[in-house]
Design a protein around this ligand. Structure first.
Ligand code: NAI
Length: 294
């Protein structure tokens, strides 16, 4: 843990250009947040449809936070949809936020490594895949670091900085400096299942999913948690995070979860009912709000 403490030291690293790959729930919002903090950001996804959604969400965030029409336009000018990945070679920080699929992420990292600037930070927003696995096919596997943001990015201050014992200390310090510069709170953690936050959070979410399976209505569970003082109930939170992401983290942590992942969660993911992002999960969703229990 000693080398983790050294992260508190500041670094000279300055990021002007961030390239984000994967413009879904997380990538789109990470890109918009970095723009809001003054950076130029290129956002890469597989097609114009995904990028269009991210641009609309970014505009809403800028309207909420900036209000002034000229400042909103300046922010929109720094937010660059980049279907072809042209920004990759110019970026000081590259953040990967594609599907939580180890093979897809490994293939992507192998593809992009030769085209990046030598001293650029290469980060993954993975919730559950060990860095060692992600970096396996790279010329320099040690250069991957985890920057684990939380959902919704604009409201959640914490970012876990995920390292292994092999991570160069300078890289960890630079990542720490970057996170501070975008106005977030860095939390250094090791690349172990669940890092820190999900290790605490997932058993709580999964117990709620088991209660649901036992017939307790989602609205009762969520109301109880809110009355207890939580900002959002666990069922609504699971839908907001995305049930595919919850399932993937829960599988990695299954030893902490009575050795078993709840069947109702697995069934919904198989039916592609992933929560808020697909309009259906444990709740039905409309205009970003859970409407009623199914
Ligand atoms: P998502 O499914 O909303 O978005 C993934 C995006 O990646 C999609 O737009 C997809 O078109 C794009 N994509 C897939 N393969 C691609 C490729 N090869 N090149 C370019 N774009 C590609 O997923 P979400 O929820 O944003 O998760 C992304 C990552 O963030 C995952 O690793 C997840 O574990 C992590 N994460 C998710 C959180 C959440 O609350 N949803 C919280 C923290 C981390």
């Amino acid at each position: 843990q000693d080398d983790l403490k050294n992260l508190a030291a500041d670094s000279d690293f300055r990021a002007h250009h961030v390239h984000v790959i994967g413009g879904g729930v997380m990538g789109g919002d990470i890109a918009a947040w970095c723009v809001l903090r003054g950076m130029r950001v290129t956002l890469q996804d597989r097609g114009p449809e995904q990028l269009g959604r991210a641009v609309r969400r970014a505009r809403q965030l800028f309207q909420r936070k900036l209000r002034d029409r000229y400042r909103i336009q300046e922010a929109m000018d720094r937010f660059i949809p980049d279907h072809q990945g042209n920004g990759l070679g110019k970026a000081d920080v590259v953040i990967e936020a594609i599907f939580e699929d180890p093979a897809a992420k490994q293939a992507l990292f192998k593809d992009i490594e030769p085209h990046m600037k030598k001293d650029a930070i290469l980060a993954s927003n993975t919730s559950s895949i060990p860095l060692q696995q992600l970096g396996a096919g790279l010329v320099d596997p040690k250069r991957i670091i985890g920057l684990h943001f939380f959902n919704p990015v604009a409201r959640m201050p914490l970012v876990e900085i995920v390292t292994t014992h092999e991570t160069p200390p300078d890289l960890a310090r630079d990542a720490n400096g970057f996170v501070r510069r975008i106005g977030k709170l860095p939390l250094p953690v090791r690349s172990e299942p669940g890092f820190l936050v999900n290790r605490v959070l997932m058993p709580y979410l999964m117990e709620a999913v088991i209660l649901l399976d036992e017939g307790v209505p989602a609205t009762d569970i969520d109301r109880a948690a809110r009355n207890f003082g939580m900002p959002m109930g666990p069922v609504e939170l699971a839908d907001t995070v995305g049930l595919d992401i919850c399932l993937s983290v829960a599988e990695k942590l299954s030893t902490l979860l009575h050795g078993k992942v709840p069947g109702n969660l697995q069934a919904l993911v198989e039916q592609e009912q992933l929560g808020r992002k697909t309009g259906r999960g444990f709740y039905e969703w409309s205009k970003g709000k859970p409407r009623r229990e199914k």
